[in-house]
Design a protein around this ligand. Structure first.
Ligand code: UD1
Length: 373
């Protein structure tokens, strides 16, 4: 029977993956640092981990912790990471240490052949694209980078063609789109992906990078104001506060239910066609931030209106949604959970939670550092 290590296995995506692996009868070990920002101060092993799972409290920057974690392991899912995009712009060493250097420690142990594994699956991110793909009516497919300061100060939110400056429309983003990470978090995720694929190829360790799109679902920390927008809005609503919407709310993302992220991970483990490749894991359907806020308000039966603050968050992109053709073809991946079903699932879990609304504090931190305008 395979023995599997999931780093970050106490966290949001990792814990759902652990459940699926345990259901399949694998022997599972989790290494997780139980970061207080996510798990709360003084957190111990989370209750939701199945009893059969071996839990190691460990830090990915520690070679000794990796050694304990890797002993006897056949497959590694590396999902441990610091995940706050805005926060990564001032806690730069923390993010690079955990995400880039943490992966470096793992790869050096694998390169030294101290441990022989069958497969390594790393959590990459759509953030490495920066802006998604666009099409200009005159110039065809184009890849604009970030909007200029001048454009944003006019509160002109939509993207323009980098060549003729006409308005452009968003298109599905394929893996072939040039990478243009716009935050320290995104840079660290690109490092992690490229380092893993490079070392994997060099030493013949089958390695797969999964570029997760905006993941939502139960167990996403509702008290962590640096996490994804669906959890942030849920935390606001649980406290009777309106969601705060940056720009005009019409920016779009590809909201992907955590169970589909798990599906892609299992396929990446099972299929040899996945080896040495990077895949988008999304749904292929764009939704606006305003749609998400309104869907949550409706599902929670609240009498609140999203508050459009009209400000811009430094490093934010306007649109990005996945072209999932490669994952469909090589992995046999097919997203199963519609947004409507996923939101119902999220809300039924959110309503059983208690949450401190720490969003105002996080927004204030961004403001003090000039990271919103
Ligand atoms: C980023 C990363 C993604 C990562 C995710 C969670 C990029 C391009 N992507 O996604 O890889 O998984 O963070 O860490 O960097 N928003 C509001 N109000 C809020 C919070 C957010 O309007 O209170 C808006 C943002 O301005 C943005 C959108 O919602 O336009 C999505 O934000 P967020 O959930 O942070 O995700 P991304 O930035 O897309």
């Amino acid at each position: 029977m395979k023995k599997i290590l999931v780093t970050g296995g106490a966290g949001f995506i990792g814990s759902h993956l652990v459940d699926a692996l345990v259901d399949r009868g694998y022997s599972v070990r989790v290494m997780d640092a139980l970061v207080p920002q996510v798990h709360g101060e003084g957190a111990t092993e989370p209750k939701h981990l199945p009893a059969s799972v071996e839990f190691l409290r460990g830090d990915v920057t520690s070679v000794d912790d990796w050694r304990r974690a890797l002993d006897g392991i056949d497959v590694v899912f590396h999902d441990a990471a610091e995940v706050g995009v805005g926060q990564s712009m001032y806690e730069i060493t923390r993010y690079m240490q955990a995400n880039t250097m943490g992966t470096a420690v793992l790869l050096e142990l694998l390169a030294a052949k101290e441990y022989t594994i069958e497969k390594l699956i790393v959590a990459s991110s759509m953030s490495i694209y920066g802006e998604g793909g666009y099409r200009c009516a005159t110039c065809g497919p184009v890849f604009p980078t970030l909007r200029s300061g001048a454009q944003l100060s006019e509160r002109s939110w939509e993207m323009q063609c980098p060549t003729c400056h006409e308005a452009v429309g968003a298109e599905p983003t394929a893996e072939t789109k040039p990478l243009y990470p716009t935050s320290i978090y995104a840079i660290s995720k690109r490092d992690q992906e490229e380092m893993s694929l490079s070392v994997g190829r060099a030493y013949g360790i089958p390695t797969v990078a999964l570029r997760y799109f905006n993941t939502y679902g139960p167990r996403q920390s509702v008290s962590n104001p640096y996490t994804g927008v669906a959890a942030i809005f849920s935390s606001r609503l649980l406290n009777g506060h309106a969601p705060l919407i940056f720009e005009d709310g019409l920016q779009s993302r590809d909201f992907t239910h955590v169970s589909d992220i798990v599906q892609a991970n299992l396929l990446a483990m099972d299929r040899d066609t996945a080896n040495y490749e990077a895949f988008n894991v999304g749904t292929g359907r764009p939704l606006t931030v305003l749609d998400v806020a309104q869907s949550l308000i409706d599902a929670m039966h609240l009498d609140l209106k999203p508050e459009v603050v009209g400000k811009f968050r430094e490093g934010d992109i306007r649109h990005c949604y996945a072209d999932i053709t490669k994952a469909q073809t090589l992995l046999g991946y097919s997203p199963r959970v519609t947004f409507e079903e996923g939101i119902a699932d999220l809300v039924s879990w959110v309503q059983s939670q208690e949450s401190a609304d720490l969003v105002p504090q996080a927004v204030q931190e961004l403001e003090q550092r000039g990271l919103t305008r």
